[in-house]
Design a protein around this ligand. Structure first.
Ligand code: ATP
Length: 354
């Protein structure tokens, strides 16, 4: 990855329709995607991520704002003039052509010499590990294999940027996980900038160098998986990525007091009401009555194999959840209705913006 920007969107607005029925699919989005980066746009259905991808591809024009590629304004450049390729959820392969023909088709359309088409197609077949299936019709391939052909076909012309619109969503879980690793490998080996769209947080966390979290046409936060998970900027990001607990609190006279009345160790320059958040794995469960621990009652236990989720109720009935590792043998000694103490790992509590 370099410090240069492959793609830059500046104050991009995209509205569909007019008047009262207008939808602002993108509402002043600015983002910089670096050269050689695996960048993921993550968000729930309808948040605008596909629209942003389509603007980068040139399939749509923005209502306002500009899109730059390598520093050049490409806002109104037609799709076929952009060094950008897209892989769609539906692979859109030619069923009557072979794997090799599907890959070489785009190169031939670009007028590449026959020798180059041949060598490049062979290179792509090896890259996606389909060299032994070059002469098969794509209709005779599994979903995962078809997805590899679609990737090879899109990578063959060596685009500067590859756009991927939920390309793994048609695959079953195991295959999807295998393809996630494969995609990351392809991106690293080719050095091409990938812009990947998904609503699946696990997919985003496992593959991306950086993630842009979107909601309601706005980019809520951009950062590495770790930054977004450990330092979510607002309530939406905190709850969309992983599981978390929210605690209403009030800062006054140098102390932060939860709605339950318990004082917690949390330094803040502000006073007044605030929402704190803490991930379930940052809670420590200790015997009831231990000094400094917050009293709670176990309201439910849910076993998840490696982990057990311990649901707790604080004095004011606020519900929170602790994730503890399940013991190898026996049970963890927790029972519904038990009184227990809760401690927060140092530095794990965070205040959220709106
Ligand atoms: P999904 O994951 O469901 O594809 P998304 O985050 O990709 O969702 P977009 O497809 O970008 O969302 O859509 C954003 C908003 O813009 C939605 O409210 C959608 O209904 C609206 N929208 C998208 N395309 C059009 C269009 N051609 N005409 C009118 N509204 C549109």
């Amino acid at each position: 990855m370099t410090e240069r920007n492959a793609i830059e969107a500046r104050n991009v607005v995209k509205a569909f329709g007019q008047g009262d029925s207008a939808v602002r699919a993108l509402d002043d989005v600015s983002v910089e995607i670096r050269e050689g980066e695996f960048f993921t746009l993550l968000g729930p259905s309808g948040c605008g991520k596909t629209t942003l991808l389509r603007l980068i591809a040139g399939f749509e024009m923005p209502t306002d704002g500009v899109i730059l590629l390598d520093g050049q304004d490409i806002t109104y450049l037609p799709p076929n003039k952009r060094p950008v390729n897209t892989v769609f959820q539906s692979y859109a392969l030619f069923p009557h052509l072979t794997v090799a023909q599907n890959i070489s088709f785009g190169l031939e359309m670009l007028g590449k010499p026959a020798a180059e088409v041949k060598s490049r197609t062979a290179e792509m077949l090896a890259l996606v590990k389909l060299d032994t299936m070059a002469d098969r019709k794509t209709s005779q391939l599994s979903g995962g294999q078809q997805q590899r052909v679609a990737l090879a076909r899109a990578l063959a012309p060596q685009p500067k940027v590859l756009l991927l619109d939920e390309p793994l969503s048609a695959l079953d879980l195991k295959l999807r996980q295998a393809m996630q690793i494969e995609l990351k490998r392809l991106q690293m080996e080719t050095g091409i900038t990938f812009v990947f769209v998904t609503h699946d947080q696990e997919e985003a966390l496992t593959m991306s160098d950086r993630i842009g979290v979107m909601s309601q046409g706005k980019l809520q936060q951009v950062g590495t998986a770790k930054e977004i998970y450990t330092r979510p900027k607002n309530r939406f990001v905190a709850s969309f990525i992983g599981e978390t607990n929210f605690l209403e609190a009030r800062a006054e006279g140098g102390k932060v007091r939860l709605a339950s009345g318990d004082v917690v160790e949390f330094e803040t320059p502000v006073t007044g009401d605030m929402t704190l958040t803490i991930r379930p794995e940052q809670l420590r469960l200790v015997p009831a009555g231990e000094a400094g621990a917050i009293p709670a009652v176990i309201s439910n236990l849910v076993y998840f194999g490696t982990d057990t989720h311990v649901h707790l109720e604080l004095a004011d009935r606020t519900e929170i959840m602790a994730r503890v590792q399940s013991p190898a043998t026996g049970d963890a000694g927790f029972e519904r209705g038990n009184r227990i103490g809760v401690r927060f790992a140092p530095g794990a509590l965070q205040a959220l913006g709106e």
